[in-house]
Design a binder for this molecule. Sequence first.
Ligand SMILES: Nc1nc2c(ncn2[C@@H]2O[C@H](COP(=O)(O)OP(=O)(O)O)[C@@H](O)[C@H]2O)c(=O)[nH]1
Ligand SMILES: [Mg+2]
Length: 278
Amino acid sequence: MQPEAPSLVLLIPAYNEQSRIEPVLIAYARHFRSHYRGKFRIVVVLNGCTDNTLGVVRSAQAGHPEIEYLEFKGRIGKGGALIEGLKLAPTTDLIGYVDADGATAPEAFLELVALTSQADCVIGSRWLPGSILHQAQTTRRQFASRVFHTIVQLCFWMNIRDTQCGAKVMRRAAVEKVHSHLTIADMAFDINLLYVLRREGFSILEAPTEWTDKIGSKVALGKTSLTMLLSVIRLRLVYSPFYRWLRPLRPLETWLYTKLSAPLPLAPQEEGKPRSAR
Ligand SMILES: Nc1nc2c(ncn2[C@@H]2O[C@H](COP(=O)(O)OP(=O)(O)O)[C@@H](O)[C@H]2O)c(=O)[nH]1
Ligand SMILES: [Mg+2]
């Protein structure tokens, strides 16, 4: 008999995804049911949806017991939703996430999962030899993403080609160790995650993947880019010797995030205290 595979929780952050998420949930549930030998749960993490995403997720649950959801009323952002979802790490061996639009097909995600025998964190990459990219992004969006990549490299020297691919999977111990250091609630969350994993000495394997850009992106390029830039600078300062001198600038930071209609970073968790938003 073949040995049982590690248990796996797949998080899917979802904001107003009523028209994109249903086939994705069903495809993942079916594919993993027939191709994955361990326990498998999909946990959709919704927040602040103003459409019927919740109704769509509930109807997809019929006949697919692997589909669950968590709902948060506030606009906690994609990063905030993943920070909440990653609290499930103690209940599973592996925990990962993909986008709700099906940019990463179940087959491609399963390939990343198989690589967790080699590293604490496996991330899909659209920019390595061997990756297959069905690109539909506008030239402006591609340009913004390359500029962002350069800034991230100059700030953190992680030498990761694609920090922003929405498909990542980690071992439980790594997530448990770094969770209290996850604070960035917007789309720059991935940088926060990768940087603290590296700082704590966990291995990150970047693997070529297949990615299909989907229409219906939730990204408003101008505001999202500025927010991500702000978050990257903030993260760099948090992990610099100067951070405690910058306390007086906190109200400015809050003002900037508010102006950008972006979710505020969380306060790092203090030993023995419950986590709270600032
Ligand atoms: N929970 C939650 N998910 C979000 C939020 N913003 C974006 N997402 C999800 O993040 C994923 C990536 O968003 P998408 O619009 O596909 O980004 P793009 O493909 O990079 O343009 C999708 O699953 C979205 O539903 C948010 O504020 N909250
Ligand atoms: Mg997308």
